[in-house]
Design a binder for this molecule. Structure first.
Ligand code: FE2
Length: 340
């Protein structure tokens, strides 16, 4: 299937201004995205998780939505503010990697995440925590986050992704973050024609095709950038389903479309745009996927599974944030929607 640019003219595109337009080297030493949890709420969290652990509970047998820690909620409020209307990233410290075992840390992350937003799906769970690590050789279901190595820049199709670092790699594995609004502005300045194409977007390979059939690709374009109203421009760039559709011969790209893909990937990987965040064990990283993209540097693990790089991941829908239009496929716990 040959994709083509629609005939209708696209609206004029303006640069995005404000704190969400940042360059890595300029914000690397800023304190605005770093937060420290106070000891009181952390102690309360420890007591609750230790009790759950002593009762033999795991994430599937713990009512995290029934837990309220007002001090924790208050301490996280500025981080949510920074995610929503600042740089779109927050590094939260105060939890230690040796507080609990891995399963108990999942309960801790569920509690923290639930104080921030609505916990969404991970793997087969409707609300849960997944492990990001290299599980090779593969056992059973394997997700893309069960493979080591570098990750190209992308966003997760949900409001906020949260990671709790439990173990670092022996070497490498640095988290890379970029302001997708800065990428937007750079493309606007250098190749506005390609930015217009990115606003139109690409057809995606449909996740549901192998399960429930239907068309193998979306019948509509999924924008990589979009104005969702109220002056809010968001990035919705997910390269994998575009590449899969091409690799599997389901569609071809025009030269301009290939150039548009190339430029968004190239700018988002540039060192003068990226921020490198080296997560230490115990660090919590939250990213607003609407205005940032993230990736990961290559890394080398040491030893067996118990020593490998390990992060716990959660996806959050943020109540009160502007809803996406239906043609932007994504996970929304409130709307009960999923990627195409
Ligand atoms: Fe991701």
């Amino acid at each position: 299937m040959e994709t083509s640019v629609p005939d209708s003219p696209l609206p004029a595109i303006a640069p995005v201004t404000g704190p969400q337009d940042w360059r890595g080297p300029h914000v690397a030493t800023a304190t605005r995205w770093r937060f420290q949890l106070p000891a009181g709420p952390v102690d309360e969290l420890r007591r609750i998780v230790d009790k759950a652990s002593a009762e033999g509970r795991d994430q599937d047998h713990f009512d995290f939505q029934g837990v309220e820690i007002p001090g924790l909620r208050d301490a996280l409020a500025p981080a949510i503010q920074e995610l929503a209307s600042g740089t779109g990233m927050a590094l939260v410290r105060g939890i230690k990697a040796d507080f609990f075992d891995v399963e108990a840390h999942k309960i801790a992350l569920l509690i923290v995440a639930n104080q921030m937003g609505l916990v969404g799906p991970q793997e087969h769970r409707a609300k849960g925590i997944s492990e990001v690590m290299d599980v090779s050789p593969p056992e059973g279901d394997r997700y893309y986050f069960h493979v080591g190595g570098p990750l190209p820049m992308h966003m997760d199709p949900v409001d906020v992704v949260g990671l709790l670092c439990l173990r670092k790699a022996k070497e490498g594995g640095t988290s890379r973050i970029v302001s997708s609004m800065a990428v937007h502005n750079e493309i606007l300045q250098t190749r506005p024609d390609l930015l217009a194409l990115l606003y139109r977007g690409f057809r995606h390979r449909r996740r549901q095709f192998r399960i429930s059939g239907g068309s193998p690709v979306t019948d509509h374009y999924c924008p990589a950038f979009a104005d969702i109203g109220g002056g809010e421009v968001i990035c919705n760039f997910i390269p994998a389903p575009i590449r899969m559709a091409v690799d599997e011969g389901l569609m071809t790209l025009t030269r301009a479309e290939q150039e548009a893909l190339d430029i968004i990937e190239a700018v988002s990987e540039r060192d003068d745009f990226c921020l490198e965040m080296d997560l230490e064990p115990g660090d919590l990283q939250f990213l607003n996927n609407r205005i940032t993209m993230h990736g990961r540097a290559d890394y080398r693990d040491s030893g067996g599974p118990e020593e490998r790089r390990l992060l716990l991941r959660t996806w959050l829908t943020m109540p009160g944030w502007r809803k996406y239009p239906a043609h932007l496929p994504r996970v929304d716990v409130e709307l009960e929607t999923a990627p195409a």
